[in-house]
Design a protein around this ligand. Structure first.
Ligand SMILES: [Zn+2]
Length: 315
């Protein structure tokens, strides 16, 4: 099959951050205070799943002055994200209920981060928002020491929590998830979970378990969810996925059998699609109206790479 023309490659959501994280400044309180007070400083305001943005003539702007952000709603946590050039970037965790109430304000957009990514926001804003969301969500869920149960304290501008009781240090975690496209010659395996939008099919995915390599996790998940045994697994690319704090690890996997057994606990359905047929999903011309995830999601890119390159994804 000739390489189909799917147009210019879209940007993968939440990637290509312009921030330099400057980890060495996280303990420099005088620097951080000066940075937050600087007029160029920008602060992202997030309450639970919701991001607060200002309405401007040029569209939604997610950056507030530090005091402005803090005045939106009660603040649970403030974290230092890094520098955009010379300008500091911070994130504040607003009280989730008070953030919902901000939806009534005419001057603000209050919307979840998935929708923002689907609707489009410049990568220089979207990637730091993902960093802020994942880090603040970690704080919200890790207020107590996992070792002794005592309340923990924030340190290093939000990049650590310390237990005053047993002295154990806790660091922000990222949960690895494998997301893979199993390929059998001219066919790829897509699945549908009940929570998906109607007619949307995607790659299979699942958390990497302790003691597993990425390749082993990709093989296990494909076997568990669809009964397909895979041999070679080739890493493609990855994507931060701040819901709440995952890292999606995209792969292509070579299937060695074709008879599907769907795990109905995990999936509504799974089936093979030819490369020609899959190409039609990118242009909205699939005869059954089947679509794939939007360009902001790594699944879109994993599937697209195979439609464009075929077996070349393994080279
Ligand atoms: Zn402790």
């Amino acid at each position: 099959m000739p390489r189909p023309d799917l147009g210019p490659k879209p940007t993968l959501g939440y990637t290509a951050s312009i921030l330099a994280r400057f980890a060495e400044r996280r303990t420099d309180e005088a620097y951080l205070a000066a940075c937050a007070a600087d007029a160029r400083c920008g602060t992202f305001a997030i309450g639970g799943e919701l991001v607060v943005m200002r309405k401007t003539a040029n569209g939604p702007d997610p950056l507030f002055g530090m005091n402005e952000a803090r005045a939106l709603a009660p603040v649970a946590e403030t974290v230092f994200l890094g520098l955009a050039g010379e300008a500091g970037r911070f994130g504040v965790a607003l009280d989730p209920e008070a953030t919902k109430a901000l939806k009534g304000r005419e001057d603000l957009f209050v919307i979840d981060l998935r929708s923002i990514a689907v609707q489009g926001l410049a990568p220089q804003q979207l990637a730091p928002l993902a960093e802020a969301k994942a880090l603040l969500q970690w704080h919200a869920r890790h207020r107590f020491c996992a070792n002794c149960g005592a309340p923990t304290k924030v340190a290093q501008a939000g990049w650590k929590r310390e237990c005053p009781s047993c002295k154990v240090e806790h660091f922000p975690r990222t949960d690895p998830v494998v997301i893979m496209l199993a390929i059998d010659g001219d066919n790829c395996l897509l699945g549908r979970a009940g929570r998906f939008a109607a007619n949307m099919w995607s790659c299979l995915a699942g958390f990497v378990e302790p003691g597993e390599s990425i390749e082993e996790a990709a093989r296990r998940e494909t076997l568990e969810e669809a009964g397909i045994v895979c041999s070679e697994v080739k890493y493609f690319r990855s994507q931060p996925w701040p819901f709440p704090m995952s890292l999606m690890i995209g792969c292509h996997a070579r299937a060695t059998n074709s008879s599907i057994t769907v795990d109905r606990e995990e999936l509504e359905d799974a089936r093979w699609f030819t490369r020609d047929e899959t190409a039609l999903m990118f242009t909205g011309r699939h005869p059954e109206g089947i679509s794939i995830p939007p360009p902001m999601a790594i699944a879109h890119h994993i599937i697209r790479a195979w439609v464009e390159e075929g077996d070349g994804v393994f080279s």
